[in-house]
Design a protein around this ligand. Structure first.
Ligand code: UDP
Length: 370
């Protein structure tokens, strides 16, 4: 049977590459198609995981609108589906690539499997457009790979048949553990050596990332205000790989580039980012993937969002939701810098997102179903 694995952005690639590795150890005929919704950040991941796409739609354009991007994905995916005629299309998560690739497969009567299925806020504007993307993909998919029992329950509540759902854990942990192993055993990177000279690792390092549309505008202005306030502490180093989206670059560069304790750097390739997470004391982010990874490295996370589709992390106590109020972000960061008992409790909490065997579970399910 032929499986076409489709993705387009950095986080999807990180989460799908370990699954591609696992699928390639089976008898399935596995083809990889990338839309390249992100170009540079996607290529970094493909290089590291040593995956060469069979189809590269190369669709990214400057300032792409979601509608124009969707139109291009429909057109190009249709050509790939027509020529390849796969038995199954696998998509991931909540991007425009995921929902449109699933929809294109549906139009051609091809089955779809959804990896990282069932995450929900049930607020269609938060996160925008991800919540709608994953709901649409969930309506279309024939097989649903839910990372946790919570996400399975969401799908059951939406009348998805239980036989069509497998609880697998999140494939991001598979990729993370693979990367940690590679970092420890057989990987060296000039970027890591460069960071070692730039950053004072004898201080507490706070790693920051942010990219959500829902935080564009006032959200990012508040986030910058909070970071500037935290950076007044003499014993911290803030390391912020700034997402390439101009809505993020513009306020961050304008407001934070002249602070002594803040290092604004380019987005890091995945292994270097994992290395940075390992070196950090605390992570402040609006990222989904980082919230899932950090507990496996014992790092507490402050989440700069008002709502979350990842309640498991709140429940387990590995993250704290702090919104985008500047005072609140700074206050919670100061608490974690000072309250050692709380810090230890958060950093030792169990990671609810998996054990590194999610890809194996997905493959076992597909062997039985296809
Ligand atoms: N990441 C990376 N380099 C960076 C920042 C993040 O490789 O400079 C990784 C991170 O480890 C995680 C993923 O990118 O696996 C998260 O991507 P992002 O925050 O863009 O998206 P989200 O997870 O919110 O969908």
């Amino acid at each position: 049977k032929k499986i076409l694995v489709c993705f387009g952005t950095r986080p999807e690639a990180i989460k799908m590459c370990s699954l591609v590795h696992t699928l390639r150890q089976t008898d399935f005929d596995v083809k990889v198609c990338v839309t390249a919704q992100h170009r540079q950040m996607l290529d970094q991941v493909l290089d590291f995981f040593e995956i060469t796409p069979d189809f590269d739609l190369d669709l990214m354009t400057a300032n792409q609108s979601l509608n124009a991007l969707s139109g291009r994905i429909f057109t190009k995916m249709d050509e790939v589906l027509a020529s390849e005629q796969p038995d199954l299309v696998l998509v991931h998560g909540d991007t425009t690539t995921s929902s449109i690739c699933a929809w294109a497969a549906f139009h051609r009567g091809i089955k779809t499997g959804h990896v990282e299925a069932g995450l929900r806020t049930y607020n269609k504007y938060a996160p925008f457009p991800e919540e709608l993307n994953r709901q649409v993909t969930g309506r279309i998919a024939d097989f649903h790979f839910a990372p946790t029992p919570v996400s399975k329950q969401n799908l059951l509540n939406e009348h998805i048949q239980p036989e069509a759902i497998a609880v697998t854990g999140n494939t991001v942990i598979d990729s993370l553990l693979w990367t940690v192993d590679k970092l420890e055993n057989r990987f060296s990177n000039p970027k890591i050596a460069e960071l070692e000279t730039q950053i004072d690792f004898s201080k507490k390092v706070i790693l920051v990332t942010g990219h959500r549309r829902e935080n564009f505008g006032d959200g990012f202005l508040n986030i910058c205000k909070a970071l500037a306030h935290i950076a007044e502490q003499a014993d911290v180093q803030i390391v912020y790989p700034v997402h390439l989206n101009p809505n993020v670059q513009q306020p961050v560069q304008a407001l934070l580039s002249s602070h002594a304790n803040i290092h604004l750097i380019e987005p890091l390739d995945y292994p270097t980012f994992v290395w940075m997470m390992k070196q950090s004391y605390l992570i402040i982010t609006d990222s989904g993937g980082v919230q899932e990874e950090a507990p496996s490295l014992g790092k507490p996370v402050l989440v700069m969002r008002e709502t979350t589709e990842r309640p498991e992390a709140l429940e387990a106590g590995t993250v704290k939701l702090v919104g985008t109020d500047a005072d609140k972000i700074a206050r919670e960061a100061f608490v974690l810098l000072e309250d050692h008992a709380l810090y230890e409790k958060m950093s030792r909490a169990h990671n609810p997102y998996g054990d590194g065997k999610a890809s194996q579970r997905i493959v076992e399910f597909l062997k039985a179903e296809l």
